[in-house]
Ligand binder design. Structure first.
Ligand SMILES: [Zn+2]
Length: 109
């Protein structure tokens, strides 16, 4: 069921997924976004409004630029790190098969 779906997750979920790497992989990344709206390269700030977990265990952060409100997104290759991949899949399974109450969309939408 829903193999290619992206599932909306929370900031607490991403903390669990990244563990000790949360500061490095999440916090630092959102302050190093690139924005075509205001032309900042690696120093725009992503104001995150939604976090999506895809079917291969990677995470997409979506929101707007803190400086110019242009829509921005970042792709976090969470699945490269085995403990994070395992945690991501556990959270995905929890939403889909246990909680059964989540936002989902087709991949790439
Ligand atoms: Zn901007």
């Amino acid at each position: 069921m829903g193999i290619n779906l992206e599932i909306e997750i929370s900031i607490d979920d991403i903390r669990l997924i990244l563990g000790d790497r949360f500061e490095q992989e999440y916090v630092r990344r959102i302050y190093q976004a690139t924005c075509t709206g205001c032309g900042r390269h690696y120093n725009a700030e992503l104001n995150v409004s939604q976090i999506w977990l895809n079917h291969i265990g990677d995470v997409i952060l979506e929101g707007t630029c803190q400086f110019c409100a242009n829509p921005l997104s970042l792709y976090l290759e969470v699945s490269n790190f085995k403990p994070s991949f395992d945690q991501a899949m556990a959270i995905r399974d929890l939403y889909i098969n246990v909680l059964k109450n989540y936002n989902a969309r087709l991949a790439g939408s």
